[in-house]
Design a protein around this ligand. Sequence first.
Ligand SMILES: C[S@@+](CC[C@H](N)C(=O)[O-])C[C@H]1O[C@@H](n2cnc3c(N)ncnc32)[C@H](O)[C@@H]1O
Length: 377
Amino acid sequence: MNLELSALCPFGVEKLVKDELKGLGYHVVSSSPGRVDFQGPWEAIYRVNLGSRTAERLLIRLVKAQAQDFDQLFEATRSAAWEDWLTPAVTIHIEKVRLYQSQLTSVPAVQSMVQKAVFETLCRRFRLTRLPQNGPVVALRVTLAKDQLEVFLDTTGAALHNRGYRQDTGEAPLKENLAAALVLFSGWRRKYPLVDPFCGSGTILTEALLYAYDLPPGLKRSFAFEHLRPFSAPDWDHLRDDARQKTDLSHRVRIFGSDKDPVVLRAARKNIQALGLEDHLRLEVKAMEGVSARFWGIEEPGFVVTNPPYGERLETVAAARDLSRAMASWERDFPDWSIGVLTPLESLSQDMGRDPFVVRELSNGPLRVKFFQFAKK
Ligand SMILES: C[S@@+](CC[C@H](N)C(=O)[O-])C[C@H]1O[C@@H](n2cnc3c(N)ncnc32)[C@H](O)[C@@H]1O
């Protein structure tokens, strides 16, 4: 049976999520900013949570109905087959309620009505008078947009950017799925060199390594779906064992990272060690002004993918613009390379004195940022 599924993601990354879903063989139905709707079997829950590099969360939509008043909201929610998904052992948490241009406008009231409807169904089906609510948490999300109700069951738990390898961070680490998106947008493949001259705690480098070796990002963590009724531990173990067996660390990969700050570079080393991949890249404490293809001993063109300091959280805008001007030297220092830079600074291409071939608008948490891509000359 195909389920109605929604993959949430950072704004601007929807295309990559769609590509991943189609690559897994699932039918993409539609997409809107930060969300891709698709259909797939129960196994898709395992595969997408385990393997998606760019999604943030995977939800199953269990209710879709008109709800202009509380009676309609209650009836629509109550009639879903909650007993197929939830056992009386879990704690049900209504995690998010989003109301938009609807008759019902009170978040707490919608929240408690949805909870009441779900509880009523479960108590009736399991012949209980109350639910103990002291087991592992399973979260629901509710959207009411123009009176169209959707109730989702979260299969992910901690958002997917929590890969489980990060031991330590710098001051402004990128979310892992956004870092993976930059690598994918850049068009980098493992046969090319990749350099990050502002590598911080190494998120871009780490995601490039996982991608290069086909390592599923979710191998080292647990998921909310492990508490849902259809979960089968043997099937899940089998899928993960299969992924581990397919991992081939013998590919030659050339990934290089530097940062002027020795403390964040130690964090990068720790993170990469946690994955056991420390022998598969090179890291150096070095200010970007001294970094070039020649510095790393690279003779053929490759890819720079990076996230310089912004001027918001790190240093001042003036200092960030000075660095953008310093990046003008990359035309000489990385001759014929593809360059991808993530920044909120509108002035980047002007400061670098170069025209990008594409500028992608993305979200980095609450911050709107742009990924400027400069082609090989
Ligand atoms: C936005 S952070 C990069 C975060 C990184 N992507 C991560 O996920 O951890 C920018 C980094 O640039 C470094 N930095 C600032 N000025 C630099 C310079 N002149 N040369 C090299 N690194 C510099 C900072 O130490 C900081 O780690």
